[in-house]
Design a protein around this ligand. Structure first.
Ligand code: S3P
Length: 426
């Protein structure tokens, strides 16, 4: 589907951000390996989270839709071998987390995925799982993965990457009831900690000491889970509010877990007009409402080091923001952006240049000089990447001439409501 986007002014009103993708995945997975029944409310409608849901159905868990956003899970706590392979779709999170669960089962599984997923690096999980005694075959470090289930041993693993997917994979292998001994996982900078928070909420034997997490094999307790809104989805609206002249609106129900709020810190450093209020807790996570207003004195900043894991998914839309702030914004230490749904560094450079953004590629990030009047009048490609598609849409709102975005349906991967919510504030 080709999407036309034209310049707008005065975004106004109030929207509620749909469910967090990371927490939705985990809610299904953790409830599926827990004996008992649980209701998950405000579940994501994104295709990635439904890949997780369908995979656990295929593993014998009773998962019913009460309505489109309310899911009831009834599980014996044990999984069964699926008939045929498990389809991960486009979802790296499903693939990497489920591998940690499946490696310790008493049956074998085969994980397959789409073209983009099949290019994503899986050695990062194969290595620690193999150290735990897992038997995983891959195609040169990529899916399809053949996981030969067996009982595992706990490990002490010092990860060189700050990746929540790798961390979660290892912790899930570590809490398996058949795993022997404790698992200690450390990472350079604390990556998103939804796994730790939800495991704690469900009664796992878990200890968190800064960037070190320790788990023991655990019996989880089934509990209802309400999912907070996704700050990564809110990010498109935050940036649109800051750069579209005359905007002033409220974004409700945004998850503000500190391991995810790097974008809010960057917006403050850039002098953006943003207010966070009505902070509260839901199922172990923090949530708040955000007011965002057009800001005409935005200034550039450097984004690197410990910032990166806290805003890794927001960097494409931060690139759009950077084009509208005074000065040179530099993003460094973000080399893992090349391993996302697409190589987000080279794709951003290639596509944003088409509309007039002054962007230079770096091995581990990019530099953008603003503030630029974007000319638009171009056709942009999204490379099977939902976040690139939505970031380009936001850029289109400030381009002088209309832009066309190809294959815009990729937004369905995480945020099918994106356009209808945008139209609510037009
Ligand atoms: C995610 C972790 C991040 C993020 C992804 C979701 C998760 O990936 O980019 O969209 O839910 O654990 P990495 O762990 O590879 O950094």
């Amino acid at each position: 589907m080709i999407k036309k986007v034209s310049k707008l002014k005065n975004l106004k009103g109030e929207i509620t951000i749909p469910a967090d993708k990371s927490v939705s995945h985990r809610a299904i997975m953790f409830s599926s390996i827990t004996k008992g029944s649980a209701i998950i409310t405000n579940f994501s409608s994104g295709a990635d989270c439904w890949s997780t849901l369908k995979a656990f159905r295929a593993l014998g868990v009773e998962i019913n839709e009460i309505d489109s956003k309310t899911i009831k899970i009834v599980s014996s706590g044990n999984l069964k071998k699926s008939i045929g392979s498990l389809d991960m779709g486009n979802s790296g999170t499903t693939t990497r987390l489920i591998s940690g669960i499946l490696a310790g089962q008493d049956f074998d599984s085969v994980l397959i995925g789409d073209e983009s997923l099949s290019k994503r690096p899986m050695r990062r999980i194969i290595e620690p799982l193999s150290l735990m005694g897992a038997d995983i075959e891959s195609v040169d470090g990529h899916a399809p993965l053949t996981i030969k289930g067996r009982s595992l041993n706990g490990i002490v693993y010092d990860s060189k990457l700050s990746s929540a997917q790798v961390k979660s994979c290892v912790l899930l292998a570590g809490i398996n009831k058949s795993t022997r001994g404790k698992t200690v996982y450390t990472e350079p900078v604390v990556s998103r900690n939804h796994t730790e928070l939800l495991l704690k909420y469900l009664g796992a034997d878990i200890k968190i000491e800064g960037n070190k997490t320790i788990v023991l094999p655990s019996e989880l307790v089934a509990k209802d889970i309400e999912i907070v809104g996704d700050i990564s989805s809110a990010a498109f609206f935050i940036v649109a509010g800051l750069i579209v002249e005359g905007s002033d609106f409220i974004i409700k129900n945004v998850g503000v877990n500190e391991t995810r709020t790097g974008i809010l810190d960057v917006v403050k450093r850039m002098n953006g007009d943003i207010e966070i209020f009505n902070k509260r807790d839901i199922s172990g996570e923090s949530v708040a409402d955000i007011r965002v207003r057009y800001s005409d004195s935005l200034r550039a900043c450097e984004i690197s080091g410990a910032d990166i894991p806290r805003l890794i998914d927001e960097l494409p839309v931060i690139a759009v923001l950077a084009s509208q702030v005074e000065g040179k914004t530099v993003v460094r230490n973000a080399e893992d952006l090349r391993n996302k749904e697409a190589d987000r560094i080279s794709c951003l450079v290639e596509e944003l240049r088409k509309i007039g953004v002054q962007i230079e590629e770096l091995p581990d990030g990019f530099e953008i000089i603003g503030k630029t009047k974007l000319k638009g009048n171009a056709e942009l490609d999204v490379y099977h990447d939902h976040r690139l598609a939505m970031s380009f849409y936001v850029a289109g709102l400030v381009c002088e001439k209309e832009i066309l975005i190809n294959d815009f349906e990729w937004t369905n991967i995480s945020f099918p409501e994106f356009e209808s919510l945008m139209e609510k504030i037009f």
